[in-house]
Design a protein around this ligand. Structure first.
Ligand code: B1M
Length: 221
């Protein structure tokens, strides 16, 4: 099988949610020397974007989105150690969660993988994370950054609620807040008072490093 055939196969099989084929093709691609990033950015993510477009057009429904998501998650389990394999030193602690009311986690998991690969210690609170759970985790782990992920326009307002709870608990000045997720924009991040926003996983890593460097420079000034 050529590299193009593997990429096309991965895209097509993710689109229809054929998890066993996606796993098989992922392993095959890696065995033939394909980079994990190529599999991710040229096949898996574009396939999920197409799933979303079909859902919007009414050609796909929730079950199709679900099986496509599961197929992608299975491949991510294989890619995870390869994407995170850098041996980088720990550069900060990141508490991450998908906000209350939201069950999407593929994007969040991908950001976590990239953060770990860059040397962050990541504490993942999972999906449907209540403001109370975020606060408890910030109190317990004293992270450099807390990250809120939201994938629905109806759950984005939880950012504001979480920010309010952080302030109420006296923690707002002690932690950097980053937000992200498919519908989130820089404008929205600014409006809720977050310190940082990123549209994708690699930008999230760059932004996280930048924000920590700025905070440490301000503390040493
Ligand atoms: Co849903 N879903 N979904 N879904 N789903 C979307 C998000 C949607 C855009 C589809 C569409 O209409 N085009 C749409 C939201 C519309 C909106 O509000 N604007 C939608 C909807 C409507 C819904 C339901 C309401 C459907 C229903 O029930 N009628 C429902 C909601 C359930 C709930 O949460 N309460 C629902 C359910 C589901 C499934 C469970 C079936 C499944 C989720 C499976 C899972 O995650 N385990 C699912 C899926 C798979 C999708 C799509 C198709 C794919 C999402 C994904 O994984 N993308 C999605 C369509 C789309 O996004 N095009 C869709 C790939 C991922 C790598 O990208 O998630 O954007 P992304 O993550 C990026 C960035 O956002 C960023 O980096 C990531 C990696 O590059 N990022 C951060 C993420 N978090 C970050 C945090 C940061 C920084 C960057 O700092 C803290």
């Amino acid at each position: 099988m050529s590299a193009e055939e593997i990429i096309k196969g991965l895209y097509d099989e993710t689109l229809v949610g054929n998890a066993p084929s996606v796993l098989e093709l992922t392993k095959r691609g890696l065995a033939e020397g394909m980079g994990p990033e190529t599999i991710l950015y040229e096949a898996l993510i574009p396939a999920l974007e197409e799933v979303g477009a079909r859902f919007e057009r009414g050609d796909f429904f929730v079950p199709e989105m679900l099986i496509a998501g599961k197929a992608m998650s299975g491949a991510l389990d294989i890619l995870r150690p390869l994407l995170a394999e850098t041996g980088a030193e720990t550069i900060g602690t990141f508490v991450m969660g998908t906000v209350k009311g939201d069950v999407h986690d593929i994007g969040k998991n991908l950001v976590n993988i990239m953060l770990e690969g860059a040397g962050f210690e990541v504490i993942d609170l999972g999906v449907q994370t209540s403001p109370e759970k975020f606060i408890a985790a910030v109190e317990e782990h004293k992270p450099d950054i807390v990250g809120f992920s939201a994938f629905l326009t109806t759950t984005m307002p939880m950012f504001k609620v979480n920010m309010h709870e952080l302030t109420k608990a006296g923690l707002r000045d002690k932690v950097i807040v980053m937000v992200g997720g498919a519908p989130v924009t820089q404008e929205y991040a600014d409006a809720v008072g977050a310190d940082g926003f990123a549209a994708d996983a690699s930008t999230a890593v760059r932004k996280a490093k930048e924000l920590i460097a700025q905070k440490r420079a301000a503390q040493n000034a």
